[in-house]
Design a protein around this ligand. Structure first.
Ligand SMILES: Nc1ncnc2c1ncn2[C@@H]1O[C@H](COP(=O)(O)OP(=O)(O)OP(=O)(O)O)[C@@H](O)[C@H]1O
Ligand SMILES: [Mg+2]
Length: 251
C-alpha cells in the first residue's frame, strides 16, 4: 500500500483536482484506490457527491476516534474515499490538545488493511497547519502540486523545511516523491518558462506529464464526476491517465 499526500500551502493550484483524477486514473488501470479528503473546505467530497446528502461520519470522526476508518469510507464508481466536512475546521483547535496530535491520521490509516488498497491519496488543505502535519506524518511520499504560473516556487522553502523536520522527528520514511505541474497553458510563454524553472529546481522528480489547463476539469466537479466520467476524450482525461500511468510505473 503506497501512501501519498498531495500538497502545497498555496491555494487553488489543483491539489483536489489532481487527487480525484489521479485516483480515478489509477483505478482505471486496475489499482485499488482510497482517497482521503483532509481539507475542511471538503472540495473533494463535494466534487464526488451531492451536498444535500448529509454525512454523519467523516474523516473528522475518524481522527477524533469516534468512528472507525471503515465506517467513514464511501464508494465512488471504482474507488473509495473518506469524506470531509466543515466540522474539520474546528478540529485543528480541538485536536491541538490531544496527546500525539500529529499522529492521529497515521492511526486512522493504520486501521486500513495493507491488502485493501494499492494507493492511499490524501488531499491536503492549503496551509501547513496540524492537518498537513498529520498527513506528512502518515505517508511515505508527498507529491507537490504546482501551478505553471509566476511565483509557483514562491514560499516552497517553508514546505520543504516542514518535510525536513517531520523527516527528522516524526516520520523517517517521508520523502518528496514527485512534482506535478498543473494548469499549463502552452500558448503562454511564461508557463513554459515556469515549468523550465521547476525542472531546474527539482530535476527528475518532476513528472513528465504536465496537466494542461482544460475547462472540462473545472466543469466535472459540479456534475459530481471524475474527468473520465465527465468527458473521457478531454485533454484533462488524457493528461491524468498519462500521469496515473507514470505513477503506476514507479516514476
Ligand atoms: N488543469 C485544470 N484546468 C482547468 N481548471 C482547473 C485545472 N485544475 C484545476 N482547475 C480548477 O481550478 C480551481 C482550483 O483547483 P483545485 O480545487 O483542484 O485546487 P486546490 O489546490 O485543491 O485548491 P485549494 O487550495 O483551495 O484546496 C478549481 O475550480 C478547479 O476546478
Ligand atoms: Mg483543494
Amino acid at each position: 500500500m503506497k501512501t501519498i499526500a498531495l500538497t502545497n500551502q498555496k491555494g487553488g493550484v489543483g491539489k483536489t483536482t489532481t487527487t480525484i483524477n489521479v485516483g480515478a486514473g489509477l483505478a482505471k488501470l486496475g489499482k485499488k484506490v482510497l482517497l482521503v479528503d483532509l481539507d475542511p473546505q471538503a472540495n473533494l467530497t463535494y466534487s464526488l457527491r451531492m451536498h444535500s446528502h448529509r454525512l454523519d461520519k467523516t474523516i473528522y470522526h475518524a481522527l477524533r476516534g469516534i468512528a472507525k476508518a471503515e465506517e467513514v469510507i464511501i464508494n465512488h464508481n471504482g474507488f473509495d474515499f473518506m469524506p470531509s466536512s466543515l466540522e474539520l475546521s474546528g478540529a485543528e483547535l480541538e485536536l491541538a490538545s490531544e496527546p500525539a496530535r500529529e499522529r492521529l491520521l497515521k492511526d486512522v490509516i493504520d486501521q486500513i488493511k495493507e491488502e485493501d488498497y494499492d494507493y492511499v491519496l490524501i488531499d491536503c488543505p492549503p496551509n501547513l497547519g496540524l492537518l498537513t502535519l498529520n498527513a506528512f506524518t502518515a505517508v511515505n511520499d508527498i507529491f507537490i502540486v504546482l501551478q505553471s504560473e509566476y511565483l509557483a516556487l514562491h514560499g516552497l522553502s517553508k514546505l520543504l523545511d516542514l518535510v525536513k523536520v517531520v523527516n527528522q522527528r516524526l516520520n523517517s520514511d517521508l520523502r518528496v516523491g514527485g512534482i506535478i505541474c498543473t494548469l499549463y497553458d502552452g500558448r503562454k510563454n511564461l508557463n513554459k518558462e515556469v515549468v523550465g524553472h521547476i525542472k531546474d529546481y527539482f530535476g527528475p522528480k518532476v513528472f513528465n506529464t504536465i496537466i494542461r489547463d482544460n475547462v472540462a476539469l473545472a466543469e466535472a466537479p459540479s456534475h459530481h464526476k471524475t474527468i473520465f466520467e465527465y468527458d473521457g476524450n478531454s485533454h484533462g482525461a488524457k493528461d491524468y491517465l498519462a500521469l496515473a500511468k507514470e505513477i503506476k510505473n514507479g516514476h
